[in-house]
Design a protein around this ligand. Structure first.
Ligand SMILES: Cc1cc2nc3c(=O)[nH]c(=O)nc-3n(C[C@H](O)[C@H](O)[C@H](O)COP(=O)(O)O)c2cc1C
Length: 260
């Protein structure tokens, strides 16, 4: 089977029942925890209740576009908070078990195998650096805490350019969101059928990210072209238990003239 045929087959629905029969969940293994933070300083961002500027869902869908040219303006902490909550915030526990949480995006079996990491270049009042969203801090609240992982790279432009395989325009973005995947969260339930489901989950995350950016009047672009090894290294992922799966740029864009 050549690679293309193999990958086509991967997109087809496997036997979930047969896969789940052999899963760790079926075998009574305890569910993995969503407590995933490190030891960085925790920073709670301001409330984001009044940040959404788009009032019509029709307009939202009609204006979302991939934007790759940003102004030099800073984002606000409220905007960053809304972006994080609207894609990965934890709204409520599902059932009584504590093994699943509901979020603004759907996920197969409510497994939610993703984490959000942030490269902050220009956000008002926030020191530039690498951060990580800690959704377990505020389950059921519209509140966002991030942890500081460390400083930004010395030579930002060169490094970002390397991380995003020569897509030079990304270096202007004041914020970059890096989505990582922790595959065992989904494998625990779906075993070898987890991976296709996680890719579908990821599409929902990307769409919420872009619509949320549009709702804030910001521009964004999803990127699947990045250097796997370098991105994993930057955030300290081992590439097996956790690895980068998607990147999103975020920034202000110049107001458009009609018919632009
Ligand atoms: C899975 C995926 C991967 C993408 N990767 C990149 C990328 O690496 N670089 C880029 O400039 N745009 C990337 N894009 C943006 C697409 O080029 C864009 O969505 C497409 O041209 C349609 O434009 P629109 O989003 O404005 O409707 C990606 C989009 C998706 C959904």
């Amino acid at each position: 089977m050549n690679e293309i045929i193999k990958n086509r087959t991967f997109m087809q629905c496997p036997s979930f029942t047969a896969s789940m029969e052999k899963s760790d969940q079926k075998n009574g293994v305890e569910a993995p925890s969503y407590e995933h933070h490190r030891t960085g300083e925790f920073i709670t961002l301001p409330a984001f209740d009044d940040t959404v500027t788009c009032s019509s869902y029709l307009d939202l869908l009609d204006t979302r576009r991939s934007e790759r040219v940003y102004t030099d303006e800073a984002l606000t902490q409220e905007q960053l908070a809304f972006m994080l909550w609207s894609t990965q915030g934890m709204q409520q526990m599902r059932g009584k078990s504590g093994v699943a949480y509901l979020r603004p995006v759907p996920s197969g079996g409510a497994r939610h195998p993703f984490e959000l990491y942030i490269a902050v270049k220009n956000v008002s009042g926030l020191e530039p650096g690498l951060y990580h969203y800690v959704p377990t801090e505020h389950i059921g609240e519209k509140k966002v805490t991030i942890e500081r992982l460390g400083p930004l790279f010395d030579d930002y432009e060169t490094k970002m350019n390397d991380l995003l395989v020569g897509q030079k325009w990304v270096t202007k973005a004041p914020v970059m969101l890096f989505v990582s995947c922790i595959p065992y969260r989904s494998e625990w339930r779906y075993n070898d059928a987890a991976h296709r489901a996680m890719l579908i989950d990821l599409g929902h995350v990307g769409q919420n990210m872009m619509l949320s950016a549009t709702a804030l009047g910001l521009g964004s672009c999803c990127l699947a072209a990045y250097d796997q090894k370098l991105c994993d290294e930057v955030f300290g992922f081992n590439g097996i238990d956790e690895y980068t799966v998607y990147v999103l740029t975020l920034g202000k864009v110049k107001a458009k003239k009609q018919n632009d």
